[in-house]
Write a protein that binds this ligand. Structure first.
Ligand code: UDP
Ligand code: MG
Length: 153
């Protein structure tokens, strides 16, 4: 099954939205396989947001991402990267559709509640960046027959 990284950004923690956001992924049927709280620093953001270095908003983005701890989650499911990304909504929350996390809880292009991996390859690299093998929990999924058809993958 596919795995993807979700980061609940400092704004989610400060605004008391951690439970709400995690609940959405749980209710969708995704499986939580790793989770931790962490204070990010500039060195990890230089790598994580390397594609944005040089953008005028990069310093503000990093200030926002270090303003409080984040919650790191790994969610598992068939096509989890695509599914979770769609649940987050457009980067600029003002363009995000109602019903998405950003469309329901945010009003900003920067302060947009969640990070979600944007491809299977990036998901693997991002998960390796934030989690060690021992951080993942292996446990039964007794409801899978009610979440997926036998031929789905
Ligand atoms: N961001 C921003 N201004 C922009 C574009 C992005 O502040 O014009 C921030 C925003 O917090 C976003 C993060 O940079 O979530 C990473 O940008 P990316 O393009 O990877 O968007 P995402 O994958 O988070 O939707
Ligand atoms: Mg991105």
């Amino acid at each position: 099954m596919e795995r993807t990284l979700v980061i609940l950004k400092p704004g989610a923690l400060q605004r008391g939205l951690v439970g709400e956001v995690i609940s959405r992924f749980e209710k969708r049927g995704l499986k939580l396989v790793a989770m931790k709280m962490k204070q990010l620093d500039q060195s990890i953001l230089d790598v994580h947001y390397a594609h944005l270095k040089g953008k005028p908003f990069f310093p503000w983005l990093c200030s926002g991402m270090t303003a409080a701890p984040v919650i790191l989650c790994c969610w598992e499911g068939f096509e989890a990267v695509k599914v979770v990304r769609a649940m987050a909504g457009s980067t600029n929350a003002r363009n995000a559709a109602p019903g998405t996390i950003r469309g329901d809880y945010a009003l900003s292009a920067q302060e947009n509640i969640v990070h979600t991996s944007d491809s299977v390859e990036n998901a693997q690299a991002e998960l390796d960046r934030f989690f060690s093998p021992e951080d993942y929990c292996d446990y039964p999924s007794p409801l899978n027959q009610f979440l997926y058809a036998p031929d789905e993958k």
